[in-house]
Design a protein around this ligand. Structure first.
Ligand code: HMG
Ligand code: MG
Length: 298
């Protein structure tokens, strides 16, 4: 069966804008987030407190959060890799952070300057302190289905990393197809493997990039497996600066077209979202890659 309701976890302002070559003005980012919330999105990942030299596109995180006034009930998590990032997030009064782990050795080195094991030395005190401060902590696992340097990723390795994040207290685990190579059979197998390892499907979210055009098929597969939280990026913005072959995330509009068609509730208004992504594309000076935005914006 399919769920009656799905939570869309919007990552455009973070996963989208972190990969744009242009540095977007902080006022434009704030306007983008306001419009996403006005369109009905209730969870918007706004920015990252990572090293500003690693991701200069999001170096204005503190300034952005200062400019944001979000209505009650809107979750606005931020990416945090370590305790220094947590200090900055706490200073900005965030209510939720997201830790991002790698399922592979190479990506742990390239994205976190760490190793598969050592990344947990960074995450453990960060998660413990965040929880003690009353923050909710989401966990990501990157390179769940394939890695551009290592190729296939053993499913046990992915489950081990993810289960460890859940043990540390992450309330939700987002399974990242960082480079967009997954196909539906892999998605079913991974959800099943997490279940067998004691991580229930209710804790899982899926995070697809659309490099090979499989994101919607993968999403539908995940929904049939019982997943009810789906990450996506308005207009299909995105990629990952430390994984060259990655393109944008699954577009929120493409996701919404499918969910609306299936009669699955989200609370998000497609027309308002298309208008927002069209406006954002103008700001960036390039068309949205979303098929639904292209079809409806004309
Ligand atoms: P490092 O260089 O090893 O850091 O980077 P360090 O701990 O050795 O510290 C070096 C200096 O950086 C120190 O300053 C620290 O204070 C400072 P110094 O004492 O030399 O003056 N520093 C910081 N400053 C500001 N904010 C911080 C911070 N941390 C240290 N948070 C580090 C390690 C993790 C910081 C670095 O590798 C990093 O920032 N990586 C982030 C990369 C990134 O953001 N990638 C994209 C997000 S992941 C993604 O997109 C995937 C996802 O979408 C899911 C999917 O698709 O799979 C989530
Ligand atoms: Mg991503």
């Amino acid at each position: 069966g399919l769920p009656e309701r799905v939570t869309i976890y919007e990552v455009g302002p973070r996963d989208g804008l972190q990969n744009e070559s242009a540095i977007v003005d902080v006022a434009v980012k704030a306007e983008f987030i306001r419009r996403l919330v006005d369109a009905g999105l209730t969870t918007v990942e706004t920015t990252s407190f990572v090293h500003p030299k690693w991701v200069p596109q999001l170096a204005d995180a503190a300034e952005l959060l200062e400019q944001l006034e979000l209505p009650d009930g809107v979750r606005a998590p931020v990416l945090v890799p370590n305790e220094r990032g947590l200090d900055r997030a706490l200073a900005a009064s965030v209510g939720e952070i997201a830790i991002f782990a790698s399922a592979t050795e190479t990506f742990a080195a390239k994205n976190l300057n760490s190793t598969l094991d050592d990344q947990f030395a960074m995450f453990t005190p960060t998660i413990q302190r965040a929880l003690a401060e009353g923050l909710a902590v989401r966990g990501y696992v990157s390179m769940c289905y394939g890695d551009p340097w290592e190729g296939d990723v053993p499913i046990d390795q992915v489950v081990k990393v993810g289960a460890r994040l859940v043990e540390l207290g992450c309330h939700e685990l987002s399974l990242g197809d960082t480079i967009g190579v997954a196909t539906p059979g892999q998605v079913s197998a991974l959800v099943t493997a997490f279940g067998a390892a004691g991580v229930p499907v209710g804790k899982l979210a899926v995070h697809f990039h659309d490099t090979y055009g499989q994101a919607l098929a993968n999403t539908l597969t995940a929904l049939r497996e019982g997943v009810t939280t789906v990450d996506s990026s308005a207009g299909g913005l995105g990629g990952c600066p430390y994984a060259e072959s990655a393109t944008g995330n699954l577009a929120t509009e493409d996701l919404l077209w499918q969910l609306d068609g299936l009669g699955i509730e989200t609370g998000v208004d497609l027309e308002a979202l298309v208008t927002t992504s069209t406006w954002m594309a103008e700001q960036l000076g390039k068309p949205s890659p979303s098929r639904v935005v292209q079809a409806l914006a004309g």
